[in-house]
Design a protein around this ligand. Structure first.
Ligand SMILES: Nc1ncnc2c1ncn2[C@@H]1O[C@H](COP(=O)(O)OP(=O)(O)OP(=O)(O)O)[C@@H](O)[C@H]1O
Ligand SMILES: [Mg+2]
Length: 259
């Protein structure tokens, strides 16, 4: 399993990029895929254009409430696994998991502990996991593993947005958070303008640009998902051209990577 996380300031295109990455992998046959919506104010499913499943948080809440009412013979573990399966929306080539609002990193209650174990096992069933994040990286400290093979940090071409990207990077480097991130790329989203040629260079990260895409905007205005976005979409083409070679070489370097 190779995990790809998308982070950045609000409104800079995290969910759009997450959906484009998912589409890119699906159309390249790099399946099965798991799309994880880790943003509590999430709309990943709507942007993809699939049914929104119940959140994991609601599933774990149900699990906690039912613990003392479990029929004899049913193991708690089995029951949670069953509940988690209910929280996964299955689609051709990819599943979707909605995290919901999770508790703080300090909460290691029984249900959350079990949940981490199950998620860790679950993720191993997929070739790629794509995680749409909230603006910061707080969610990562709550995830089963604090590892990401690939982090895409989105920014639009404003100073404020770039400063937020910089903050995400400082979290990546913060030893106390103990995050393990393989490669980090800056995605310069040109939705609000192209900015200067040198924009983003100060961060010292490899970067690529996501062009303004009228088709993305049109679909967003009409509430149409991106699942059947035509291959002529300039933003999809950019993700395909920039990301696929990187992921190909990552897969070649880690054949059979299981965690
Ligand atoms: N390259 C682009 N071209 C045209 N429109 C875009 C582009 N990127 C994003 N958008 C539009 O900008 C809006 C914000 O994008 P998106 O929802 O992906 O950002 P976000 O970072 O996930 O926001 P939030 O912080 O609210 O989760 C959406 O309406 C989306 O369709
Ligand atoms: Mg979003």
């Amino acid at each position: 399993m190779i995990s790809i996380g998308i982070a950045g300031k609000g409104g800079t295109g995290k969910t759009t990029v997450s959906a484009l990455v998912l589409l890119t992998l699906k159309r390249a046959g790099k399946v099965p895929l798991l799309a994880v919506d880790a943003d509590p104010s999430s709309n990943f499913c709507e942007v993809i254009g699939v049914k929104t499943p119940p959140s994991l948080v609601s599933v774990v809440d149900d699990f906690k409430r039912s613990l003392d009412k479990l029929p004899a013979g049913i193991e708690k573990n089995q029951f949670l696994e069953y509940q988690i399966r209910q929280a996964i929306s299955e689609n051709p080539d990819f599943d979707v998991l909605l995290m919901g609002r999770t508790e703080g990193p300090g909460c290691y209650c029984y249900a959350n502990h079990l949940l981490r174990e199950h998620l860790q096992r679950l993720e191993k069933n997929y070739r790629f996991v794509v995680i749409d994040n909230e603006a910061g990286l707080e969610h990562l400290s709550r995830r089963t593993t604090r590892c990401l093979d690939f982090l895409l940090v989105t920014t639009i071409t404003t100073r404020a947005s770039l400063s937020s990207a910089e903050k995400v990077l400082s979290m990546v480097e913060d030893k106390n958070l103990d995050l393990k991130i393989g490669q980090t790329y800056l995605v310069i989203n040109e939705m609000a303008g192209k900015g200067q040629d040198s924009f983003g260079e100060s961060l010292g990260l490899p970067c690529f640009r996501l062009p303004f895409d009228t088709e993305i905007l049109r679909r967003s205005e009409l509430g149409i998902g991106l699942l059947d976005l035509p291959d002529t979409s300039v933003s999809l083409q950019s993700i395909q051209a920039n990301l696929l070679p990187l992921l190909d070489s990552l897969e070649r370097a880690n054949p059979g990577k299981k965690d």
